[in-house]
Write a protein that binds this ligand. Sequence first.
Ligand SMILES: Nc1ncnc2c1ncn2[C@@H]1O[C@H](COP(=O)(O)OP(=O)(O)O)[C@@H](O)[C@H]1O
Ligand SMILES: [Mg+2]
Length: 240
Amino acid sequence: MASLSGDPYPYQQQARPVSRGAFIVVEGLDRAGKTTQVKRLCDSLYAQGHNVKMIRFPDRTTPVGKMIDGYLQSKAQLDDHSIHLLFSANRWEKAAWIKGQISQGYTIICDRYYYSGMVYSAAKQNPALSLGWARSPDVGLPRPDRMIFLDLDAKEAEARGGYGEEKYEKRSMQERVRELFLGLLLKGEEESTDMVVVDAGQSVEHVAHAIWKETSGVVQSVESGSRKQIGTVGPWPEGQ
Ligand SMILES: Nc1ncnc2c1ncn2[C@@H]1O[C@H](COP(=O)(O)OP(=O)(O)O)[C@@H](O)[C@H]1O
Ligand SMILES: [Mg+2]
């Protein structure tokens, strides 16, 4: 239902008071189905009476986002660390807005977040850019209440129309990215509790159903006051 302002999810009166909105992130390789599923999840939550906002990273509309866009399209060369910090800055410039919307009762569904940030940079195999280093500038960002990793074999992802021309759209890179994502589950840090893996190789309907099972309860419980404050991304122990 589009409003005059063009917002597909205009504010709707809530039946019950909302403590705060939830922060849900959808992650995965290129072509895993993130954009498809983020929209489906927003539509379903909104149809059930929740107030929702859909966002994505990188946000290419800001000045920092435009630099990232130039890099991804290979129009600009940047040192691995520099571009990494720009991706992080792009999330930081939205952090206060995210917190504000959540405190006003909007549930935010976010297409990629800091997980992609650290994992894609670490997948470049630059010996001076470890996963731990890559994660550190994101410490302090709003922590998701749930992260869904849409898991798809790099070969299957490629079969969904082939990769485009952008920087990271190469099979070997995508394979390393997948391994690094799945490795987060085994680390025993906060990502292992926040992250749920969903098999993205099934039909759009099946995947949407699996995501719903893993998120609707979290949204309900956060909105009704189970976690008053949104968390923050905490540091990993030294040396990781
Ligand atoms: N479960 C699915 N099965 C088959 N094709 C899919 C599925 N989900 C998405 N697609 C298709 O794969 C392509 C990439 O989907 P998209 O949602 O844009 O992925 P992402 O945002 O992760 O790159 C699109 O052409 C989309 O229609
Ligand atoms: Mg997408």
